[in-house]
Design a protein around this ligand. Sequence first.
Ligand SMILES: Cc1cc2nc3c(=O)[nH]c(=O)nc-3n(C[C@H](O)[C@H](O)[C@H](O)COP(=O)(O)OP(=O)(O)OC[C@H]3O[C@@H](n4cnc5c(N)ncnc54)[C@H](O)[C@@H]3O)c2cc1C
Ligand SMILES: NC(=O)c1ccc[n+]([C@@H]2O[C@H](COP(=O)([O-])OP(=O)(O)OC[C@H]3O[C@@H](n4cnc5c(N)ncnc54)[C@H](O)[C@@H]3O)[C@@H](O)[C@H]2O)c1
Ligand code: SF4
Ligand code: FES
Length: 803
Amino acid sequence: MPKQKLVLIGNGMAGIRALEEILKLKPDGFDIVVFGSEPYPNYNRIQLSKVLQGDTTVSDITLNEWQWYEDNNIRLYPGETVTKLDKKKQIVHTDKNKEEAYDFLIIATGSNPFMLPLPGADLEGVTAFRDIKDCELMIDYSKKYKKAAVIGGGLLGLEAARGLLNLGMEVDVIHIADYLMERQLDRDAGILLQKELEKQGMNFLLEKSTAQITGKDHVTGLLFKDGSRIKADLVVMAVGIKPNVALAQASGIPVNRGIVVNDFMETEIPNIFAVGECAEHRQMVYGLVAPLYEQGKALAKRICGVNDKGYHGSVLSTQLKVSGVDVFSTGKINEDEETKSIKMYDDWNGVYKKVLVEEGKIAGSVLFGNTKEGTKLLSLIKKGATIEEYLEAGQTEETGVDFVASMPDDELICGCNGVSKGTIVEAIKGQGLTTLEEVKGCTNASRSCGTCKALVSDLLQYTLGDEYSADQKETVCGCTTLSRDEVIAEIKAKGLTHVREVMNVLGWKKEEGCSKCKPALNYYLGMIYPSDYVDEKESRFVNERLHANIQKNGTFSVVPRMYGGVTNSSDLRKIAEVADKYEVGLIKLTGGQRIDLLGVKKEDLPNIWADLDMPSGHAYAKGLRTVKTCVGANFCRFGTQDSIGMGIDLEKKFEGLNTPHKVKMGVSACPRNCAEGGIKDVGVLGLDGNWEIHVGGNGGTELRKADLLSKVKTEEEVIEWVGAFLQLYRESANYLERTSAWVERVGLDHVKEVLANKATRDELNERMDETLAAIQEPWSEAIKNKTLLKELYEKVNVPTGSN
Ligand SMILES: Cc1cc2nc3c(=O)[nH]c(=O)nc-3n(C[C@H](O)[C@H](O)[C@H](O)COP(=O)(O)OP(=O)(O)OC[C@H]3O[C@@H](n4cnc5c(N)ncnc54)[C@H](O)[C@@H]3O)c2cc1C
Ligand SMILES: NC(=O)c1ccc[n+]([C@@H]2O[C@H](COP(=O)([O-])OP(=O)(O)OC[C@H]3O[C@@H](n4cnc5c(N)ncnc54)[C@H](O)[C@@H]3O)[C@@H](O)[C@H]2O)c1
Ligand code: SF4
Ligand code: FES
């Protein structure tokens, strides 16, 4: 019987968490399709504040890699928006003219930032702070401009303001109320917060109402209703959010503020659910992840037919993610006729605590300066605990291991994900966890805002005692407690030969591994057994499995190899013909001097490769990409050597080589370095009749200038040194570690010392040659393999001439 089709609209935090819960209950229960307007896999929106503050990068906040979708047979359409929904026929339509029928539909379209409809709101330099695009725009602006104004002194506005300060801008925060975060804090805490943030360099304009954003094309400032003005080159609006309900509304699904749902997240329309910030449950719309995750659990149980009492609403708690400021609030924050409060105010040390009591029970709390008790108070409120229970438990001043030891098992450690101390301790003991990453992988604790990380570390220390090492070794991933070196040593000692076998024998916690360890193990096995290991395609990242880079609209790019960046009229003709025949969207020259055919349909890939009859340029590979060359001595009046010839020889020699991460090379024939060897993994430079070999350069986000490794005379010596260097890197780097990071980690002196020995270089080159001898050209291999064509490239006619 065919599986029921489940379509999810919205590839954000709530929708994907609901899918994860569904997959836990029925791993193979549905045929799943996801549409997401943003061109990324599901990422941690919460961490955008940390990206702006410079504590992490966009590439590190992905929650579910592309591979996760592949592994779970989820068809993801990134960068594609659902524009229409036909609830009678049970079909959704997209902005790319796709139609998808569903048996069950989940709407998880989140919120839109609320943009004040002020004159000038459409000027260049005015932005919201909601997604990666906004974050990148602010980072970009900070490089060009000096003065930023943030409208809104709530959680988002203050986190944005801290980020902009870190980026070197002067920041004014304009707030409509008379104290900061008035929705989350009482006046006393708000004033303490303001003092602390002023010390950090923020400037506040309170009780200010903006009348206009001034400027002609680009913003130049703000004009307030009281007639005063400030200058600004960048204006960030952070004045709240609006549930994104337009699609539901237009489709006749009942909407109030949000899409109205019952306790099982069902809308009034059969088979249509809503979850996350777009949903309204018992007249409440939420804007924090903890309740959205609770909703996801209830939804998953309903859709999988598991009996449950459903979702009954959430007690909220918030923490501001600004370093140096500890502020927490939960439940009620202000006194009224029904409440009494216990207060402690230490103006000298800037510590404030208030616990509100209603009908004898704890109803809410505001903490400033010391927020250790935050999760305890949240747990007590959730349980409906009395004030006596709180007072009897004692207000501990303890910290660290003693503090977590004193917590009861049911106390919450991670508010975002609802994970208690008991659950974490049980997972550490039951599954032999030793690192924060493993606890995160198994329990979800610390997977969202990350403020509970210190408590989770304390719990690890408390549970493991002497076995715990704060200076934790880096494990391959959360599925194992072994490091890369330990795994490699075990593979060699036990003669393990397959990815699954490694996982079984070495006691992997997740039988099937994850998207981090599978490609890593596949690489390590290939590196250890170059002649015998049969590459496991299913363990590779999707781009490497398909031998083409997937683009944001789901099409692919084709980059044929052009040794040394040199081409000829016959290859150019073939490329032009192929581009016409397959209606290629864009032909573009790459930074590595290659031709990129973009916008190719997956099913056309094998036919294009067959028509091109050129080798793969490996533009998708964790391997040798390109050798860029300058024109050199044959044409350039400054050139002293044949850089093109040298580049072609290097590229022909190392073509198809798998490496821990991508490897780029550049060869120039004089110190002007036109092939930019100074920012390549390997840069070869002609100088006074010698060749200099530079290594460990990187022109990407982690910009690094290459270091001089050695100076040699002949082309043969260049090949010998480069071969030895690459093999040393292959054998000792972590998978996904670029040469730049590896050279930094192990030290240039170490690399030089190892390679200085000719006998060692020869040994490394012997192993390199064995590896190179086993390499096969992937495109011609793929078009010969009918099973592979059927499995990987749907709707393909086997190209003529293949067997
Ligand atoms: C900077 C920042 C910091 C934050 N910090 C915290 C924090 O510390 N703690 C906390 O609990 N919360 C925090 N939040 C709030 C939290 O991120 C949100 O509550 C959460 O992301 C909401 O999840 P969601 O899935 O409902 O919506 P979203 O994450 O917005 O996901 C909805 C997705 O659906 C897509 N979409 C919309 N319409 C369509 C359509 N028609 N077709 C296809 N796709 C569509 C959108 O593009 C979006 O990608 C923060 C938010 C921001 C912006
Ligand atoms: N640490 C966290 O938990 C965190 C961090 C960032 C964002 N978020 C979430 O993201 C969403 C958006 O955050 P937010 O801070 O924009 O929303 P918010 O509603 O919490 O705060 C908006 C603030 O803007 C002020 N404001 C409204 N109109 C104004 C005006 N015209 N001029 C000046 N100030 C004005 C309000 O007084 C309010 O304090 C919320 O759901 C929030 O919970 C949470
Ligand atoms: S690097 Fe030197 S030799 Fe090569 S093209 Fe540039 S100037 Fe000419
Ligand atoms: S409290 Fe936010 S991730 Fe744990």
